[in-house]
Design a protein around this ligand. Sequence first.
Ligand code: AMP
Ligand code: TRP
Length: 346
Amino acid sequence: MNEAVQTSSSFTPRVFSGIQPSGGLTLGNYLGAMKRFVDMQNQGAFQTVYCMVDLHAITVWQDPEKLRHATRELCAGFIAAGIDPDKSILFNQSQVAEHAQLAWIFNCVARMGWMQRMTQWKDKAGKNQQNASLGLFAYPALMAADILVYRATHVPVGEDQKQHLELTRDVAIKFNHDYGVDFFPITEPVIEGAATRVMSLRDGSRKMSKSDPSDASRINMTDDADTIAKKIRKAKTDPDALPSEADGLQDRPEARNLVNIYAALSEQPVDQVLRDMGGKQFSQFKPILSDLAVDKLSPISTEMARLMQDPAEIDRILGHGARQARALAAPILQKTYDIVGMISAR
Ligand code: AMP
Ligand code: TRP
C-alpha cells in the first residue's frame, strides 16, 4: 500500500443520490426517490448530497433550452418536496468537474462486459446499439463516480437502479483491489418502502416513466388537481374488489400498484391499507386515492411553480450547493489521482 495515501475503512455516513433533468418529475420519482431523500435528510443520521445529473441526461439528445429549464424545475421540485439547501447539499452535476474526472478513472477500471450486461443500456440503446452514444454505454461508470467522489455509504434509489449500484460496488472493489487500498466504500443501496417501483397507470407491467409517450400513464408533479383526479379515475384496474390481505394482490399488478401508491402517500404499510380498504370496489377506492394524491401533491406543485418564478434564486442555490460539493469531492479526487500515480501540480 502507498504510505503517502491515507485510507480508512470507517467512512462518514453519507447519502448520495441523483435524478436526471430529462423531462418532468413523475409520481414514481417522487415516491421512489425524492420523498425518501427528504426522510433521510430529516433523520439526521447522514450527511445528504443530492444532485441533478445533467451529464447523465445528455447521454441521449436533450434540447439545450429544455435541459436548462428541466434542471431548474428539478431543483424547484427538490426544494418543494422538502429538501432544505441548508441541511442537504443540492447541486447540478456539471458544476462539479470532479464527477467527470473520476468517471474517466472508472472508465479505465470498469470492463466492457460489465457495461454490456446492464439492462438499462440494452433497453435504451435498443436494437441499434452501434448508433447509441458512447456516453450512454459508459453511463454506469459516471454514476459510480457520482457516488464515490463523495465516498458515499448509502444510496436511496428506485428498484430500476439496483443493477447500476451493484456495478458501483464492483468498481469500488476492483479499484481497491487493483491498487491495494481500502479507499472507496462498498456502497449500500437503499431500496425500501411500498413505492420502489411505481407502475404505469395504463399498464401494470411497465414502470411509470417520464419518457412514456402516453401522458395518461403517469402523474406529473406539475399536474393540477383535476388532471390528477382524471388520470386516477381512468387508471386501468380489474373488476374485482380490493382484497383485505396482501396475498390477494398477486397477479393483480394494476390493483397492487394503486394500493402501493396509496400506502406510500399515506405513509402506512400495505397491510394496514388493505385492512382499511379491503372489500371496496375501485369505484369507491379511486376517489379516496385521488383525494389523498391531490392533498399531498398539490402543495408541492404550487411551491414548484412559485420557485420557478425566480430562476436567478434557483441558480444561486445551485451555485452554493456546487461549492459545498466541490469542497468534499476535490480532496477525494486528489487522493484518487495519488493512488493511481498521477503527479499533481505544485
Ligand atoms: P430518473 O428519473 O430515471 O433519473 O430516476 C430518478 C430516481 O427516481 C431513481 O432513483 C429512480 O429509481 C427513481 N424512479 C424513477 N421512476 C420510478 C418509478 N416508476 N418507481 C419508483 N422509482 C422510480
Ligand atoms: N441513473 C439514475 C437514474 O436514472 C440517476 C443517477 C445518476 C443516480 N447518478 C446517480 C442515482 C448516483 C443514484 C446515485 O435514475
